[in-house]
Design a binder for this molecule. Sequence first.
Ligand SMILES: [Zn+2]
Ligand SMILES: [Zn+2]
Length: 235
Amino acid sequence: MYRYETHCHTSETSKCGITGAADFVRFFKNKGYDGVFITDHFFRANIVDIPENYSWEQKVDVLLRGYEVAREEGAKVGLDVFLGWEFGYESLHLLTYGLDREWLLDNPDLISLDYIHYCDRVHESGGFIVNAHPFRQVKGVVRLMPYNSDAAEIINGANADNKRSAAYAEMMGLPVTAGSDIHNKNTKANLAGVLSETKFGSVYDYIDAVKNRKVTLFEFPNTADQIQNERIVTP
Ligand SMILES: [Zn+2]
Ligand SMILES: [Zn+2]
């Protein structure tokens, strides 16, 4: 089986990121992973500060900085690196896959779209939305978007309320996925992600695998170099 991290924040782009992109690539390579999706925080979420006077293209470069560094390191060490990002509005977090730099450059009004128009734009363009850690609260409020998400993240390494997330996905008939939501390679939280019988040649292979419920989910404690005490969930 091929092993993937689907939810990773880098210190280059995410304000809350502790570990740099190249370091993460080596971390996952050493653990025997085949690939990682870099999903830094989107504009108006927890992205690093961007100077007001930056052009749209310069802003996009900031968003993709962590991904670009990861991709370079991935090419050196032999780990596939894929692009995503995480749109955030209060407790609503939407992992977005299947779109690229060109698309970002072509949509300069993205920075001002509210969540529903953001979802519409992503879907019009063939993108895929995962409702991340659905039951994480902000100020006591959870925000679910089942009708505008294509899947739900039912194992989030950093979040303890995964049981409710699984019940939510089942109730709404949403395909499921898993990710660590890792910001620090030395995290005490679990690592989580997906296993696939086929290698992902592109981000679309991941999207298809989730849609068609072909991914197996995993979770294990980040305690040793070797993977131990792994919990496997076959949806
Ligand atoms: Zn999040
Ligand atoms: Zn995240």
